[in-house]
Ligand binder design. Sequence first.
Ligand code: TYM
Length: 336
Amino acid sequence: MQKEVVVSGIRPTGFLHLGNYFGAMRNYVRMQDDYNCYFFVANWHSLTTHPDTKELKNSVHRVIAENIACGLDPNKVALYVQSDVPEIAELYLYLNMLAYKGELEKTATFKDKVRLQPENVNAGLLTYPVLMAADVLIQRAVKVPVGKDQEQHLEMARNFAERFNYRYGDVLPLPYAFNYGSELIKIMSLDGIGKMSKSENQMATIFLADDDEIIRKKIMKAKTDQGPATPDSVKPDYIQNLFTLMEQVSTKDTVAKFEADFNASSTGNCIIRYGDLKKQLAEDMVQFIHPIREKAADIQSDTHLLHGLIKQGADKARDRASETLKLIREAIGLNY
Ligand code: TYM
């Protein structure tokens, strides 16, 4: 039986963090045996925010190295850089004719960027979801492992694919956001404000490249409160976030102990000690990140190895992308 095709990408706009890991990369690693996987570094997407392109090169290498350090096997999957696959750019052009200004302006991520960088509202930002759809549709993927923040982009990719199929014939399967659980994941920032991200509060974001002391410091500073007022309270989202992180890196017994302490606590009888919870979480997080950091640094320092892997990934990605492009050109009628 043919394996289903999976695509996902990460922007090289900074250091990768726990949101990237638990929202996306962990699933990449779990999917690599059962699916035909295409994972890439979305360097074209990052140009929308006008980064320093010298830094960008380092970041591209680091994202590749961190993916491998997290367990991705470049011999099992296609691990590549977006700009090495020009077929994506051609499909982006066709899809742009099927994307409307009104819907692009309403996209949540576009509205965020207009707020964050009002001096640079370029057309690439507006059509960001179209390029993302091209990334996915060029491999005719059906599953896209992403965090919750990318859900709307996937909905848009399905709309563009449906419009293409309606106008030119049935070429593109419809892609869906994917997570092994029923819900897509959102890791919050440790200050309790919004999602963990590469660009906002760096002290509230844990990066895969952080050293042990920084990890401890950031977790000990995470937002907490006085504790629950009644037994079995609903957890505020910043407390839930600490439990979510603990579920990822600590043993089941550890999580169960702190859950029980939380549920038995009330004003005047606060059994849960957030200081203890954070200390335990910090130690478990250090154990978790330490080997990833060391391995990623080793891989990143070997540029010869990286260049070979990037070339190998591009070849694999272009094989299927050029097949799709041929079907697309035929469907539109561009085969003269
Ligand atoms: P990017 O680079 O912002 O993030 C990469 C992946 O990490 C997930 N993620 C999170 N998940 C949970 N909690 C968080 N706090 C968190 N922060 C980030 C993201 O959901 C994503 O899965 N537009 C994409 C890159 C992209 C792409 C694609 C993805 C370009 N083309 C095609 C899939 C398919 C982005 O900016 O991700």
